[in-house]
Design a protein around this ligand. Structure first.
Ligand SMILES: NC(=O)c1ccc[n+]([C@@H]2O[C@H](COP(=O)([O-])OP(=O)(O)OC[C@H]3O[C@@H](n4cnc5c(N)ncnc54)[C@H](OP(=O)(O)O)[C@@H]3O)[C@@H](O)[C@H]2O)c1
Ligand SMILES: *[C@@H]1O[C@H](CO)[C@@H](O)[C@H](O)[C@H]1NC(C)=O
Ligand SMILES: *[C@@H]1O[C@H](CO)[C@@H](O)[C@H](O)[C@H]1NC(C)=O
Ligand SMILES: *[C@@H]1O[C@H](CO)[C@@H](O)[C@H](O)[C@H]1NC(C)=O
Ligand SMILES: *[C@@H]1O[C@H](CO)[C@@H](O)[C@H](O)[C@H]1NC(C)=O
Ligand SMILES: *[C@@H]1O[C@H](CO)[C@@H](O)[C@H](O)[C@H]1NC(C)=O
Length: 316
């Protein structure tokens, strides 16, 4: 009897692994010689796997990261594995608007092209950015917002080009409370696991709304943009969370989460797949367009978020 139950559990688990948790491979065979790509947070996790694949396709790949030693070891690893020497590190700390500005300035001065921007970095940790914004909102949304805006002219010159922003399924539990942004420079306070998870969901909803509004503003240019859920992927994203959260997530990750190569596939699909232009502004999951709730495609909220973000970045 016990054997029977165990067998059933294993069978259901295996079935889940090949269905619900399985992510199809990006089918594009595009080569990227002569193209330049930026991947933020590319020293580890999904970003590193994405950068590795792009380097293998011959792109000049810029790892935009906050920690030099971690980034340089990723550069060395990717160069070794792909034989592509045009993989380099440039410093970017998304938790500082000044760092975002310096990065963009350096990049625009030193590099002649930008074909693909992948806004991948993200975290799930409380605290404040250098500018006093909540860390999760500041890094996951605001830093990437400013980065993209500062690089848009170069992307337009190099079209057809793309902006890919890594969101999450967690956007489903998110909301955008503009009153809260006005009073806290944030979407709430992350002083518990539960509060941080809420902020994370809010920031991931912002990623989708940002992409929705960006697509509208890019109409008539050769730049398109996409947001996505990478899947449930084994990475270091929980390493800085509380013990309780890690106790819950570590076994879940071991059992159900997939590897970083699978985690990179939907980012690669959005960056490379031909024929996606009519879908600019859409959200993807498992290398296909995904459904989003009405709050994630609300024109008025998306426009207002853009305007508030401009103001918070000192652009307006
Ligand atoms: N893993 C999942 O199951 C999952 C699910 C849905 C969505 N996502 C999204 O996928 C993306 C990648 O996450 P991951 O799972 O690969 O996590 P990860 O392994 O923790 O990697 C996150 C990357 O972001 C970087 N980063 C964090 N704060 C930064 C800052 N202030 N400036 C510059 N870079 C910064 C990290 O740098 P350090 O190494 O220096 O910390 C790291 O390179 C995130 O946007 C995440 O929200 C992940
Ligand atoms: C960069 O990462 C290394 C290795 O994890 C760590 O020892 C070091 O303190 C980090 N540096 C900064 C500036 O955060
Ligand atoms: C960009 O160019 C400047 C001046 O030539 C140089 O000092 C800097 O190191 C370069 N940065 C990168 C990341 O190549
Ligand atoms: C978009 O790209 C096509 C083909 O490269 C080009 O003919 C067209 O002029 C471009 N449009 C804009 C607005 O740059
Ligand atoms: C994150 O935690 C996992 C599991 O505890 C560990 O294997 C990994 O080395 C940690 N990564 C970093 C960068 O500390
Ligand atoms: C955890 O946070 C510290 C500083 O806040 C940072 O230096 C470190 O890289 C983080 N580790 C991971 C795995 O995100």
């Amino acid at each position: 009897m016990l054997l029977f139950i165990c067998g059933g559990v294993v069978a259901v688990y295996l079935l889940l692994c090949v269905t619900v948790f399985k992510i199809p491979k990006c089918k594009s065979t595009a080569k990227l010689h002569g193209k330049t790509v930026i991947v933020t947070g590319a020293n580890t996790g999904i970003g590193k796997a994405t950068a590795l694949d792009l380097a293998r396709r011959g792109a000049r790949v810029i790892l935009a990261c906050r920690n030099e030693s971690k980034a340089q070891s990723a550069v060395a690893a990717i160069q070794r594995e792909t034989g592509n020497k045009e993989v380099l590190y440039m410093h970017l700390d998304l938790a500082s608007l000044q760092s975002v500005r310096s990065f963009a300035e350096n990049f625009l001065k030193n590099e002649s092209r930008l074909d693909i921007l992948i806004n991948n970095a993200g975290l799930l940790m409380g605290g404040k950015t250098k500018d006093g914004f909540g860390m999760i909102f500041g890094v996951n949304h605001l830093g990437h917002f400013l980065l993209t805006v500062l690089l848009l002219d170069r992307l337009k010159e190099c079209g057809p080009s793309r902006v890919v922003t890594v969101s999450s399924l967690a956007h489903m539990w998110g909301k955008v409370d503009f009153n809260c942004i006005n009073t806290h420079k944030d979407l709430g306070l992350g002083n518990s696991d539960f509060a941080s998870l809420k902020l994370y969901s809010h920031s991931k909803l912002c990623n989708i709304l940002f992409t929705h509004e960006l697509a509208k503003r890019l109409k008539g240019t050769n730049v398109t943009c996409y947001s996505l859920h990478p899947g449930a992927i084994k990475t270091d994203i929980n390493n800085n969370s509380s013990l309780l959260w890690r106790l819950v997530m570590t076994p879940a990750m071991l059992l159900f989460f997939t590897d970083v190569d699978s985690g990179a596939q939907t980012s690669l699909h959005c960056a490379l797949q031909e024929g996606l232009d009519p879908l600019s502004g859409c959200y993807f999951s498992k290398c296909a367009v995904g459904k989003v709730p009405a709050k994630a495609r609300d024109d008025a909220t998306a426009k207002k978020l853009w305007e508030v973000s401009e103001r918070l970045c000192g652009l307006a």
